[in-house]
Design a protein around this ligand. Structure first.
Ligand SMILES: [Fe+2]
Length: 364
């Protein structure tokens, strides 16, 4: 029997995507469209999807493109520091505008710390939802530590309240880990890595068992995971115990052994550390994406085409914000901890290299 906090939301969400495509192409019930090279049809109001080899003939696009947007930390409260809180909504509006102007985008994954959750009541959340209401593709969200650690507690949104208000976008009341299949053959597992009231992360025993169930249930789908905390240390050989505790999933080795042993799991998307980094272990890609609220103020798009994933890096378009973020990061505690306060290392670490940002990965 399924646990309360982890559920399958496939049919509802497949329906959501097909509706958008039906509107886009002006098709009705009983007809079909291609998404990512797959034929998706809505028959008598019930969505189904099946592979089709003649997509080229039909003239539809063959790939599927998603945006991974994480650590937006939108808020009306607080001053600019390493995170540009005062600019957070302007940055977010610009990012969403960029996505809305991508003609081939299929859906968005929000990786957590979507809201800073430091605004009294629901002011910050309401503005976030107002902005995403203008998104023209389906979107799905996972928790970050901010969504489960309101400041001050009891005034901002709780974990359960946030989940309930995200109903229809992966999360729901009592549903903290979720799976969606935005297109037949591709499945996103949204993993809850949060610990209520804390910044560090762990996947509970129940969560680990749920992953096992999903893996055995969907042996033939391409699976991508979406979660907030890092699944691998990204700081190389540097010994930074504080970072290990704060950013790295407590039971990352257990979780990686599980994900690594399932060949259908192709990539794991994370955020939280506000850096761009790709690490590949036995063909499984661990993709940490940058924050929008902190330098480099960027997000990724990932275009999946057969057995390849093309990653692209997109920064906020306002250069003033990028320069301010860069300057604030250089004088931050993170810079001190990482580079002894001396410098550019931290900028390069957060920004990532070309092989982290604009690269085509082979899917195992
Ligand atoms: Fe975070």
């Amino acid at each position: 029997m399924k646990k309360k906090t982890v559920q399958d939301t496939t049919s509802h969400l497949e329906e959501g995507l097909s509706r958008r495509r039906f509107l886009e192409y002006g098709l009705g019930i009983g007809k079909a469209v291609f998404i990512g090279g797959l034929l998706v049809g809505n028959f008598a109001g019930c969505t189904t999807a099946s592979k089709k080899g003649s997509e080229r003939k039909a003239g539809r696009k063959r790939s599927i493109k998603l945006a991974h947007i994480t650590d937006t930390h939108v808020t009306f409260v607080g001053k600019n520091g390493t995170a540009l809180k005062e600019e957070s909504f302007d940055i977010f509006r610009d990012i969403i505008d960029q996505v809305n102007n991508m003609p081939d985008i299929d859906f968005i994954l929000f990786g957590g710390d979507n809201i800073n959750n430091s605004d009294p009541g629901t002011e910050g959340f309401d503005e976030f939802m107002k902005i995403v209401s203008g998104v023209r593709v389906p979107y799905f969200a996972q928790f970050g530590n901010r969504e489960v650690s309101p400041i001050p507690p009891g005034i901002a949104l709780s974990k359960e309240q946030y989940a309930g208000r995200m109903k229809g976008h992966g999360l729901d009341s009592g549903r903290y880990s979720w799976n969606v299949s935005p297109v037949s053959g591709l499945r996103i597992l949204g993993l809850d890595t949060t610990i209520e009231g804390h910044d560090n992360g762990e996947i509970t025993k129940e969560g680990v068992n749920w992953i096992k169930e999903q893996i055995s249930k969907y042996p033939d789908d391409k699976i991508i995971t979406l979660s907030h905390h890092l699944l691998l240390p990204t700081w190389g050989n540097r010994n930074i115990p504080k970072w290990r505790k704060k950013y790295l999933l407590k039971n990352y080795q257990e979780v990686n052994a599980l994900l690594g042993s399932a060949p259908q799991v192709k990539a794991c998307l994370t955020g939280h550390h506000h850096i761009s980094k790709i690490q590949t272990v036995e063909g499984l890609h661990y993709i940490a994406s940058p924050a929008t609220v902190q330098y480099p103020h960027a997000f990724r798009t990932i275009t999946i085409n057969d057995n390849e994933a093309k990653l692209e890096f997109h920064q906020v378009r306002d250069k003033r914000i990028v320069e301010l973020g860069k300057s604030n990061l250089l004088t931050s505690k993170n810079a001190e901890e990482y580079a002894g306060g001396s410098a550019g290392d931290i900028l390069a670490y957060c920004y990532g290299g070309e092989s982290d940002n604009n690269v085509t990965l082979k899917l195992r």
